[in-house]
Every structure is written in C-alpha cells, then in structure tokens.
Ligand binder design. Structure first.
Ligand code: ADP
Ligand code: MG
Length: 259
C-alpha cells in the first residue's frame, strides 16, 4: 500500500475509502443561542477524527446531533448514505449504525455486566439470548475484562465500567463510534486502559469521532483533528499540521493553554 510521507497513522483510511459521514452547513440553536454554526465535516470509513475545543464550544452538541440525540434547524447530515430527517425509520437506522460512549458510563446498575452488554441486541436487533450473550462475552474479552461478566457495575472500577460501556456500544455492531470525553470522569491511573481499547478499535478500522482532551491519544491515533470554538470549526488538519503548524490564532491560543 502506498504511504504518504508524514501522514502515517494507526488507522486504515485511504483516499479511496467511502464517505460515511457527511455534514453540510449544519446549524443548531438552543432558543436564541446559536451553538453550531455552518459546520461542514466529511468523514471517510475507517477515519478517526478527534474533536478539541474549549468548554461550551459545541463539541457535545455536535456529536449528539449526529445520532439524533439533538435536533438541528438547518443543514444536512448523512450517515452511511441515510439522510437524518424527521423520518423515524431513518433515525432508527442511524442510531443502529452509531454507537455512543459518554463521560458518565450510564450502565444499568441493577443488571450484570453480561446483561448490560447483551440487552440492546436482544431488544433492538432481535437476537436470541444465547447468540447475544456469546457476542457479549467475546466483546468483554476484546475490552480485556471477560472475568467481570457476572458482576454488577458497582463492583467494577471506573475504567472497567467505561470498557463495559464501549463493549455495550459495540454489541450493536455499529459502523461508527462516537465518544464524548470518555476518560474525563476517570481517575488518572485508569485513563490509559480505556484509551488502549479505543486505540485497538481504531486499528481495527472503526470509524470514530472522539471528543477528548487527551493530546497524546489525539496525536497518535487521529487521522484529523478538528478545533471547535463558539460553535464553529476553526481548524481541521492532520495531527502534525495541527500541533506543529497551526494556521489560526485561536488554535495557537488553545494549544498554548493546554500543552
Ligand atoms: P462542549 O461539549 O464543547 O462543552 P456543549 O455542546 O455542551 O459544549 O454546549 C454548547 C453550548 O450550548 C453551551 O453554551 C451550552 O451552555 C449550551 N447548551 C448545551 N446544552 C444545552 C441545552 N440542553 N439547552 C440550552 N443550552 C445548552
Ligand atoms: Mg461536552
């Protein structure tokens, strides 16, 4: 495979990879507050996009809009060829294709880990319990905690719970994974175990959009970085260009505050 100097990443995306997310001129308001302003973003299959930006800049709103957790007022969103409209069938299809992992793990506290991971496929994909549980066990293996299957969330560490949340999202066999600050609620010693799982997922070819403040992860794993500020995309570039030669003053300021 041809390799372009300086752009080598862990991912599997090439210029020929099909477009899987296409956002054009997206705008969203909360009442009078214009929180997403003319945002355009095209993502190819297998690409890993890391979204950065100050608190309140619209990062969460943006990725929540992509799988219809938030409404938007103008522009278009297309996920794997399906346009996100009011049509509930489209919304359901898009939700099936996009797994989401939040800062708070949101596991069901009264259910075992195995149940947490196998529940949605049984209900939404209509899989038989046996098949769903077998896949759930494989996913727990993949995120490195097969021995936790019969425990309850409260018996696990934060890092383990977040890995369960990733397994739960993967159980629906999504084509895209959205992460909203997945390590921000974790004790520092647990951050890497979650980032490692995400890195493996990226290597396996998953398309990912990740909101994070983990700059090591961003530099190593992202194909492209996006800086949000006040609802706008200010800069979009590969990691080397973004960190070493940012074009915009606001990017330089942002980097000077966090690095
Ligand atoms: P970020 O994730 O970058 O911190 P958010 O997307 O959470 O930013 O928020 C963007 C802006 O929208 C902020 O000004 C925030 O206060 C506002 N906002 C977020 N959620 C709501 C809501 N449900 N209702 C009204 N305003 C909101
Ligand atoms: Mg946020």
């Amino acid at each position: 495979m041809a390799e372009t100097a300086g752009t080598e990443t862990l991912g599997t995306v090439t210029e020929d990879s099909p477009v899987i997310i296409k956002v054009e001129k997206l705008n969203k308001w909360y009442g009078d507050l214009h929180v997403i302003k003319d945002v355009d973003l095209t993502v190819r299959q297998g690409e890993v996009i890391v979204v950065l930006g100050p608190s309140g800049s619209g990062k969460s709103t943006f990725i929540r809009t992509l799988n219809a957790l938030e409404e938007f007022q103008s522009g278009t969103i297309e996920i794997d060829g399906i346009e996100l409209t009011d049509d509930l069938k489209h919304v359901e299809e898009i939700r099936k294709e996009t797994g989401m992992v939040f800062q708070q793990f949101n596991l069901f506290p009264h259910m075992t880990i195995l149940k947490n991971v196998s529940l949605a496929p049984i209900w939404v994909r209509k899989w038989k319990k046996g098949k769903a549980e077998e896949i759930a066990r494989n996913l727990l293996e993949r995120v490195g905690i097969p021995e936790q299957a019969d425990k309850f969330p409260g018996q696990l560490s934060g890092g383990q719970q977040q890995r369960v949340a990733i397994a739960r999202a993967l159980a629906m066999q999504p084509k895209i994974m959205l992460f909203d600050e997945p390590t921000s609620a974790l004790d520092p010693e647990m951050v890497n175990e979650v980032l490692d799982v995400m890195r493996n997922l990226a290597e396996s070819g998953m398309t990912m959009i990740v909101v994070t403040h983990e700059m090591g992860f961003a530099r190593q794993v992202a194909d492209r970085l996006v800086l949000f500020d006040k609802g706008e995309i200010i800069e979009m570039a590969d990691p080397e260009a973004f960190f070493d030669h940012p074009k915009h003053e606001r990017t330089k300021l942002f980097l000077s505050q966090i690095l």
